[in-house]
Design a protein around this ligand. Structure first.
Ligand SMILES: Nc1ncnc2c1ncn2[C@@H]1O[C@H](COP(=O)(O)OP(=O)(O)O)[C@@H](O)[C@H]1O
Ligand SMILES: [Mg+2]
Length: 372
């Protein structure tokens, strides 16, 4: 098995560091605080949540639920997902709880279907108007309240920003009220910076304003990642020159997914001696494999926007975007066009802003643009 995971969390063995973050989240949970985890995409939020739930689960004193709501577009979708995961923990219940569960199922009458291949049950609720949606959601939370009286439950809701796209009822207010009234249940909310923070938790006009502890996930430290890569390479009998691991971390900007991906490719190349030249070649191959996507990005942009994103990549982080030297150097018409371009690129999430500095979001794309 390739020790560099680029998909779902597997186990602590393949997980690099995040020790402080794990402790902090567990401490929040042990002290009944709800927590919101945010970062740019692919930094490792989902992985960290699974890592935390994995540790909590081991203790056997807490039931854990993970819910990814990325593909939900309405309250009714949410209810179906939420109800389904609640049903899935049922199997670990005592008989008494099973009885309670069946009562719960009766009261809101879901249809249960079983996946043909895996046999996993899933629930669907008949929610054809807003009032029914609200009532069903209230019922599910009441069930949760009931259920948690015997054992603490931790619920992680990933891609939480998605609830802002549900039409109709004020779902945020509904959720907030329900969550607030639960005794022995704690939540971890997670999502990307832009939407989650700006829209839900730090906007004084929104129901969730300041209702949870905020935690921002940054890059894994150089030292930790270096040790992790080093030990995995050793297990694979890969020998590399001293400058190779620092270069891996530099070229990927220590952005978790890109580090994992490059290392995964190194292992799969089956080369056992890695020096700078070999690394360069593997890196180059990755950029080439992705080139079709990059040309697709170009089709989405005006020529001014394309020039601008190329300039941002080449400068590897720019703050004075409308400054005259940046504009002159990269031949970008004028400050107001640049400002408009920046807004369009932010909107399309091709760039992001950290502090006052702009970066190209996709690290490999950024490296590819730099070479243009
Ligand atoms: N600490 C880590 N060690 C090793 N791999 C990780 C770590 N954190 C995340 N990953 C992997 O990196 C990739 C991106 O992380 P993910 O958790 O999906 O990011 P996010 O949820 O922030 O978008 C995933 O394949 C994940 O398994
Ligand atoms: Mg994620």
């Amino acid at each position: 098995m390739n020790p560099f995971i680029i998909k779902n969390y597997v186990s602590p063995e393949f997980f690099c560091d995040r020790e402080k973050e794990t402790k902090r989240i567990i401490s929040a949970i042990n002290n009944q605080r709800n927590l919101t985890l945010s970062s740019i995409r692919k930094m490792g939020k989902t992985g960290l949540i699974h890592h935390v739930l994995n540790q909590l689960h081991k203790t056997n004193e807490i039931d854990t639920i993970y819910l990814d709501i990325y593909d939900t577009t309405s309250l009714s979708d949410f209810i179906n997902k939420f109800g389904t995961v609640l049903l899935q923990i049922k199997e670990t219940f005592s008989e008494k709880l099973k009885r309670k569960t069946s009562e719960f199922i009766q009261s809101i009458r879901p249809t249960i279907t079983y996946d043909n291949l895996t046999g996993t049950p899933s629930l669907s609720f008949y929610v054809d108007n807003e009032q029914m949606g609200k009532n069903t959601l209230d019922d599910l939370f009441r069930f949760l309240q009931n259920r948690s009286s015997e054992k603490k439950i931790v619920i992680a809701i990933d891609e939480f920003q998605q609830i802002t796209n549900y039409a109709g009822l004020n779902v945020e207010a509904l959720m907030r009220n329900n969550i607030q009234s639960l005794q022995n249940v704690n939540f971890i909310f997670s999502g990307s910076d832009k939407h989650l923070l700006a829209n839900i938790f730090t906007n004084a006009k929104r129901p969730f304003y300041q209702s949870t502890e905020l935690m921002h996930l940054e890059e894994i430290s150089t030292e930790s990642y270096q040790n992790f890569i080093d030990s995995k390479f050793e297990e694979q009998k890969i020998i590399c020159k001293n400058d190779v691991i620092p270069l891996i971390l530099e070229w990927t900007k220590r952005h978790t997914f890109y580090v994992q991906y490059l290392c995964n490719k190194i292992v799969s190349s089956e080369r056992k001696q890695i020096d700078k030249e070999v690394l360069k070649q593997i890196f180059h191959e990755i950029l080439q494999e992705n080139e079709a996507y990059y040309f697709e990005y170009r089709n989405l942009l005006t020529s001014q926007q394309w020039k601008l994103i190329t300039a941002i990549a080449k400068e590897s982080g720019v703050n004075k975007i409308s400054g005259s030297s940046f504009i002159r150097k990269h031949n970008l018409s004028n400050p107001s066009t640049v400002r408009r371009g920046i807004n369009a690129l932010l909107e399309k999430e091709l760039i992001y802003k950290k502090g006052e500095i702009f970066y190209v979001y996709d690290v490999f794309f950024s490296r590819w643009l730099e070479r243009r």
